[in-house]
Design a protein around this ligand. Structure first.
Ligand SMILES: Nc1ncnc2c1ncn2[C@@H]1O[C@H](COP(=O)(O)OP(=O)(O)OP(=O)(O)O)[C@@H](O)[C@H]1O
Length: 668
């Protein structure tokens, strides 16, 4: 073999090899990613040269072949790409003084951590695992001679002639003794799967292609089906529930970016500090913790982002402040908002179907990002008790209000457009949903700037019913994000709007205002209401329970609750917040209001019973006793409607129920 040249690799600063070995200690495995990427580049360069008519004859099928030789401790990566001439080897390989190496050294001197896992090392990363690296290559160029280059990790190299006949390059690494894991087939397969799964050239190992090759995000959305997207998601996140919907991103100006982002089902315990999106650069995996690139509120999303314009060999803080990265983040947020808007406009049923999960995401995004909030504020919907006249008519005529869901597709990505002629807002109202704006507008005359809401349909059913009967509209704001975060945020945003839960102070429209007809007892000079209040105070005997008497408005007093437990809004919120910050269960507050409905027949009867009782020397008369017992029972019923019982409460309730019923039977 004729030695063509011997010499020293040109490096402007000190020897690069010890630095490569030391600084990337934890990330040695990326050498394979780098060699495969170079091979892919070489193959696409040959293709381009062929398209330009520079290559004679047909190109053979592109492929990259990995082989191991356990005996000789070698691993090689072969490609049938463009190859290199001796001149090119000298230029591209020997002169390591290319800018990235210099940058590399400079950055290394500042902080080794900044470099971990980032690109920029290329071919020389092979020296992290190899004591000797050889290149055997033949350029596609006419008259090119095959060359062999070898270097043992010192700056000395040797360039000689080779006997290679096939155009392309083979890089052979003789592994260091502590790096022999890279001879293991399982390890090689795992590395290819992790980093190079989606490169478009087949990577062959032990006679089979071991990479998936198809990078769905690089394909045109028009050619993809719902199944393609779902299959890809299942491939990326095996054993997970299918996603709700997705967005296909594609732009080439002002930066190059492709990707597919999926909305998974959101859980209350979702950890938003960690991202789940996989970052790629030209189909080569970079990492799956791109927190600096993805705005916090988008972190629950999953999928892939691929952009060669994201600077990879800079520190994390530099990345966050990078202008392109910020623009990319804005672009993604805007596309997500567009997708949601188009769904809102084009497919009411599907939008409502996804709302429980997507809604949390939108609310979270609105809290975190003002630009995003502005994009989505008109598509935030709430389930409501409001029924439009049209809906009622439809219900009467037996026509279903929400059409049966069709298979027709929100799934396929459409280029999001605002469809003016889309579903009118009343379509949402027919399905029992409203926007906040529409709610405020509709109720302007009855309760301007007040929103009544319910956080738990079951435990607040009595209250919701009361509001509904009086024609007051209640919104269901029952997601984990609503109570503690979103309602205070809305109040801040709509500074004059107040939100009150249905079990807070009752709105005056629910109460009979005129008390002039109240009967006054001539002997005590007390009104009936005062007497009832005192009766309950004595019977319940809990100083922290604030007893109030009101007559609930109704055409049918029997149908209203006899009493209600109320938790003033601000007090309740403070308690909820404390419980949240201290991560405690929020018990039921001892301090609360018991509102006695004086127009309810039961309350009136109890009052009569108490009045008719004669106080005996030894204590209460039997009817006085019964009246008190009934008062406690009314209180318990109000509590049940609010929160249910603990064990003690349940025991007392059941015992007393039996006593009350027995006494009633005695009276018959
Ligand atoms: N398999 C190959 N076939 C042909 N040329 C190659 C091959 N591997 C490396 N080269 C040449 O050597 C050069 C240097 O490679 P190296 O990997 O160090 O840097 P790079 O690929 O240019 O950039 P990066 O730092 O992003 O990897 C390449 O630009 C290419 O011209």
């Amino acid at each position: 073999m004729t030695v063509l040249e011997k010499g020293n690799i040109t490096i402007h600063t000190e020897n690069i090899f010890p630095i490569i070995k030391k600084s990337l200690y934890t990330d040695h495995e990326i050498f394979l990613r780098e060699l495969i990427s170079n091979a892919v580049d070489a193959i696409s360069k040959l293709k381009m040269a062929s398209l330009a008519g520079e290559v004679k004859g047909e190109l053979s099928e592109p492929e990259i072949v990995i082989t191991v030789d356990k005996e000789n401790k070698t691993l090689s990566v072969s490609d049938n790409g463009i190859g290199m001439t001796a001149e090119e080897v000298k230029k591209y390989i020997n002169q390591v003084a290319f800018s990235s190496a210099e940058d590399f050294i400079q950055k290394y001197q500042k902080s080794a951590n900044d470099l971990i896992g980032h690109f920029g090392l290329g071919f020389y990363s092979a020296f992290m695992v190899a004591k000797k690296v050889e290149i055997d290559t033949l350029s596609y160029k006419k008259g090119a001679k095959p060359v062999h280059w070898s270097c043992d990790g010192s700056p000395e190299f040797e360039l000689s002639e080779s006997s290679r006949t096939q155009i392309g390059t083979t890089i052979t690494l003789t592994l260091m003794d502590e790096e022999l894991e890279y001879l293991e087939p399982a390890r090689i397969k795992q590395l290819v799967k992790t980093y190079s799964d989606f490169v478009s050239v087949p990577i062959k190992f032990e006679n089979e292609a071991i990479n998936k090759q198809r990078a769905l995000w690089k394909e045109s959305p028009q050619n993809l089906t719902k199944e393609d997207y779902l299959e890809f998601y299942r491939y990326l996140y095996p054993f997970q529930e299918d996603p709700l919907l997705w967005v296909h991103l594609s732009t080439d100006y002002p930066f190059l970016l492709n990707g597919i982002l999926y909305f998974p089902k959101l859980r209350p315990d979702v950890d938003v500090s960690k991202g789940h999106i996989k970052l790629f650069c030209n189909q080569v995996f970079v990492n799956d913790h791109c927190e600096e690139i993805i705005p916090e509120f988008l972190r629950p999303l999953r999928g892939v982002i691929d952009s060669p314009d994201i600077p990879l060999n800079v520190s994390r803080s530099a990345l966050t402040n990078d202008r392109t990265v910020r623009r990319i983040a804005d672009f993604i947020a805007k596309k997500i908002a567009d997708r949601l808007k188009s769904l809102y406009n084009e497919n009411v049923e599907e939008y409502i179907h996804c709302w429980q999960d997507v809604g949390n995401f939108i609310k979270f995004g609105s809290l975190k990002d003002d630009k995003f909030r502005k994009q989505v504020e008109d598509i935030l919907i709430y389930r409501t008790t409001y029924k439009s006249a049209e809906t009622e008519q439809k219900a009467d005529s037996g026509i279903p209000t929400v059409e049966v869901q069709t298979e027709e597709d929100i799934w396929q990505d459409v280029t999001p457009q605002q469809k003016e002629s889309g579903s009118s807002p009343s379509t949402y109202e027919q399905a029992g949903y409203t926007t906040l704006k529409a709610y405020l507008e509709r109720n302007k005359d009855r309760h301007e700037n007040r929103v009544f809401y319910c956080t738990d349909e079951a435990t607040q059913a009595t209250y919701v019913e009361l509001y509904k009967k009086q024609g007051l509209e209640v919104l269901f704001m029952d997601s984990f994000i609503d109570t503690n975060y979103y309602i205070p945020f809305l109040e801040f945003d709509y500074s004059n709007v107040k939100f009150s839960r249905v079990d807070a102070e009752l709105d005056k429209t629910l109460l009979e205002q005129d008390k002039s007809s109240e009967i006054v007892d001539p002997t005590t000079n007390k009104t009936r209401s005062q007497q009832i209040k005192e009766l309950f105070e004595k019977a319940i005997n809990k100083p922290k329970v604030n007893i109030r008497t009101e007559a609930l408005k109704s055409d049918n007093p029997q149908g209203t609750p006899s009493a209600m437990v109320l938790l003033p809004e601000s007090m309740r919120r403070l308690r909820e917040l404390t419980a949240l910050t201290q991560q405690q269960e929020m018990g039921f507050p001892e301090e609360h209001i018991l509102l006695i409905n004086t127009s309810h027949p039961l309350i009136q009867k109890i009052a009569q019973l108490a009045q008719g009782s004669i106080v005996q020397g030894t204590g209460e008369s039997p009817s006085g006793e019964l009246a008190k017992m009934l008062c406690r029972h009314v209180y318990d019923l109000a509590l049940i409607a609010q929160k249910g019982f603990d064990a003690e409460g349940m025991k007392a309730f059941v015992e007393r129920s039996n006593q009350v019923l027995t006494k009633l039977m005695e009276k018959i």
